[in-house]
Design a protein around this ligand. Structure first.
Ligand code: ACM
Ligand code: ZN
Length: 782
């Protein structure tokens, strides 16, 4: 796992700046212009600017306004070293925060007037004042977010008049603490940054198959057993929040005007709870929390009254911790197979008259029955339920709000029936656990491709709803940060940022005011603010067309071309030294006529750099083909049973069984696999023979197997890695004809992904081709 967990980090722009006091921030390109994210609904820039000074006074018109003023005075003093103070006395040359209930904006809106002489913020509520101050902070140099004093700065804000309010009341981010736990301090850090960008809901996914993460006093085994799992690598993984920690986080969020929406999943995604209390499932069998990703078919029994009693007891402890109006009950991905086979579930179906019809099966109606019972329980606690769009199956509970994740269809259906909807469709860029760059060089992710522009392009009000005047039921929009592949919080931040900034703008700014090019420019300023919070945001890396590769073989000449997913400068060296912001700027393909090493990385206007890509460029002769007298189609395969995490462990393995195979698919299917992988017998396999290369040339090779060897050379080595989205491609010059070929497969679970789920394939791409194609059975002999 060591390669996988390698943290992506780069020099901090703030450190660079702090050490060069002679370059005032106003000269920094990223501090020029207006940089507010989300863009305000109305902004007029005027002549001149306001300058903070050592003794700037803040005036607050009410005690609540004073709390807001003190929050920001402390922040400004931290970065400036000034002594900005807050008082009840009006100020003519300071910053005024005034509650004005007659203001013509909504409850989260504000007006902000910055003149050369003073700053005036008005709002109907303290929340509006908070957002007005966040906008003012974003008019100041980005270094205002620094956690320590930054010297040599001119702390000025351009004069503006702003009248602003959000487009949606729900502007959310979902954090998944189940697949990978998020420590309290990191949750707070995300809340700090969400507040900067005026996000106001943090949906907290607290229970799932892989871990139960919230203390429940009546059911201690939920955390003693359900919060732990032994991962495929053999290591124990654990973590949960105590109720005191939850209260602390809820308060921390509320201080930043963020409401936390808790999610307790039901009736599926409950294996961690079932592991602690097996009687909750239909069969009641002993089981352990899930150690792989995907959908679990052991779910809560809907026939047993004990299940409902358990949930009622759990909710009676959870609900009081969270003051918000919505309570999320999950409801997604609940396979119905165990209910189909369970006498108690079937009895419930009969007794409740839940008949299948053309639209819904009886089991889907049972899911609806389940959700409606929970709706009533939560209503007694004064909560509205919200669930993933599967809660439409079998009939939507009367008061339920729907979170539309499988596209927009669920949201459209619910809004058409006058139910509240939060849009979070994965297909429209709202699943920000997906890739935002070339998967061959990015840390492994769940798949997909959601660049910043795709998130930004999303409009949460579908035309069909606008046409019916039902778009008013779209209460907001959310990005989801599922954490299967977010093995640590650095990786989590790498996925969240900067994409959550695009979410902030689509949730707040009127559609007519959206402007991607200008947003992209403003992110350059925002990155420096994120540096102030030590956020590990994504910086686009130099990528090669047709798939990035760190080993480029060539015969006569190599021409290395690069692009980036967002506009950013690339710099490189060919003398082995580490590229710095001053290194040669990439402008056109880099030519090699002899072997060498290219080091290339991106650099932001702040001076912060992406990780360096180190690309070995090697001149090769075509490896000659082998003369083989007699060949048979297929490969030889040797299999040995056991659980191997590394190929070196095969050396000690005994009891090898030999066979022949026709296709590479067979090396991952010696044993039948399933969705749970429980009880699947594991093995290692080595397939050997020859590969018939169709024509002379340089070939790129890609595979999710453990190893791929050609002519005795280890070409692809995925040792220790998650075996998905091969990130260790290589290239080699090969003559037409037969070459020795060896493929090693180890059946195991690393990083939650069973290698058995792969197709065993090896793919080739000729250097001048744009696509990889699979090695076919016709190319294999022994
Ligand atoms: C989901 O992504 N299963 C809601
Ligand atoms: Zn059952």
């Amino acid at each position: 796992m060591k390669k996988l967990i390698a943290t992506i980090c780069a020099t901090s722009a703030l450190c660079l700046l702090a050490s060069c006091n002679d370059s005032p921030a106003k000269q920094m390109p990223y501090n020029q212009g207006i940089n507010i994210i989300p863009a305000p609904a109305n902004l007029i820039q005027k002549e001149g600017s306001y300058k903070l000074n050592k003794k700037t006074q803040m005036y607050a018109s009410t005690p609540e306004a004073k709390t807001v003023a003190e929050f920001f005075a402390a922040k400004m003093n931290t970065a400036t070293g000034y002594n900005v103070t807050v008082s009840d006395k009006e100020t003519s040359d300071g910053i005024s925060l005034v509650i004005d209930e007659t203001l013509d904006v909504n409850d989260e809106g504000y007006t902000l007037d910055v003149t050369e002489n003073n700053v005036n913020i008005k709002a109907k509520t303290p929340q509006g004042l908070f957002y007005g101050m966040q906008s003012f902070m974003q008019l100041l140099p980005a270094e205002i977010e620094s956690p320590s004093v930054v010297n040599g700065m001119a702390w000025t804000a351009p004069a503006v008049t702003i009248k602003d309010e959000p487009r949606f009341g729900y502007r959310g981010m979902m954090l998944d603490a189940c697949r990978h736990f998020i420590p309290v301090e990191n949750v707070k850090k995300q809340l700090d940054v969400m507040a900067l960008f005026k996000l106001n809901r943090m949906h907290w996914h607290l229970t799932d198959d892989q871990g139960w993460r919230i203390e429940i006093k009546k059911y201690p085994k939920l955390t003693e057993i359900g919060a732990k799992r032994i991962d495929g690598e053999g290591t124990e993984y654990e973590g949960f929040y105590t109720q005191e920690e939850i209260k602390d986080i809820v308060k921390y969020a509320a201080d930043r005007f963020i409401t936390i929406v808790p999610e307790i999943e039901l009736p599926g995604h409950e294996l961690a709870a079932i592991s602690a209390y097996p009687e909750l499932s239909c069969k009641g069998e002993a089981i352990t929390p899930r150690i792989i990703w995907g959908v679990e078919d052991v779910v809560m029994c809907a026939g047993k009254e004990e299940t409902f009693q358990f949930l009622e007891n759990v909710l009676s402890e959870v609900v009081p911790l969270f003051p918000g109006e919505y309570f999320h009950i999950g409801g997604d991905e609940c396979p119905k197979i165990s209910w189909k086979n369970c006498p108690l579930c079937q009895k419930r179906i009969r007794e409740e008259g839940l008949k299948g019809d053309a639209k819904h099966t009886a089991e889907e109606k049972l899911q609806s029955y389940f959700v409606q019972r929970m709706e009533k329980v939560l209503a007694k606690h004064g909560k509205k339920i919200i669930g993933w769009d599967e809660i439409l199956q079998g009939g939507l509970a009367p008061t339920a709000a729907v979170m539309s994740w499988r596209g927009e269809a669920g949201g459209i259906a619910a809004a058409s029936m006058d139910h509240e909807v939060i849009m979070t469709p994965g297909s429209n860029g709202m699943y920000i656990d997906q890739y935002q760059g070339d998967y061959k060089i990015e840390p492994v992710a769940i798949g997909g491709y959601d660049p910043l522009s795709k998130v930004y392009d999303y409009n949460p009000t579908p035309d069909t709803l606008v046409a019916q005047n039902k778009d008013k039921f779209i209460k907001g929009v959310q990005c989801n940060v599922w954490s299967e592949y977010l093995y640590n919080t650095d990786l989590m931040e790498y996925r969240i940022y900067p994409r959550i900034l695009a979410l902030s703008e689509i949730a707040w700014t009127p559609v007519a005011k959206k402007d991607y090019k200008d947003f992209e420019r403003r992110t350059e300023n925002a990155y420096v603010r994120l540096d102030g919070h030590d956020i590990n945001y994504h910086i686009p890396q130099p990528e090669q067309p047709n798939g990035s590769c760190n080993f480029v073989a060539f015969t006569d000449k190599a021409s290395l071309e690069f692009k980036t997913t967002r506009p950013v400068k690339m710099v490189y060296t060919i003398d082995g030294s580490e590229p710095t912001p001053e290194s040669t700027v990439y402008e056109m393909p880099i030519e090699f006529t002899e072997s060498g090493v290219l080091k290339i990385r991106s650099v932001l206007p702040s001076g912060k750099m992406s990780p360096t890509r180190v690309i070995t460029v090697e001149q090769q002769e075509l490896a000659p083909a082998k003369e083989v007298a007699k060949t048979t189609p297929g490969l030889k395969m040797d299999v040995t049973y056991g659980y191997f995490l590394e190929s070196s462990q095969l050396a000690d393995a005994k009891d090898w069984r030999s066979s022949t195979i026709k296709s590479l698919r067979e090396i991952t299917s010696v044993e039948k696999t399933d969705e749970s992988m429980r009880g699947v017998k594991q093995y290692g396999a080595i397939a050997t023979g020859y590969i018939n290369i169709p024509e002379d040339g340089v070939y790129y090779i890609s595979s999710n197997n453990e190893e791929v060897w050609i002519d005795g050379k280890l070409l692809v080595n995925n040792g220790g890695e998650v075996k998905r989205f091969s990130r260790h491609d290589t290239s080699i010059a090969l003559a037409k004809g037969l070459h020795e070929f060896k493929v090693v497969f180890l059946g195991h679970i690393i990083g939650g992904w069973p290698s058995n789920w792969n197709d065993g394939g090896v793919k080739l791409r000729k250097a001048d081709a744009t696509e990889f194609s699979p090695v076919t059975p016709e190319m294999l002999v022994y």
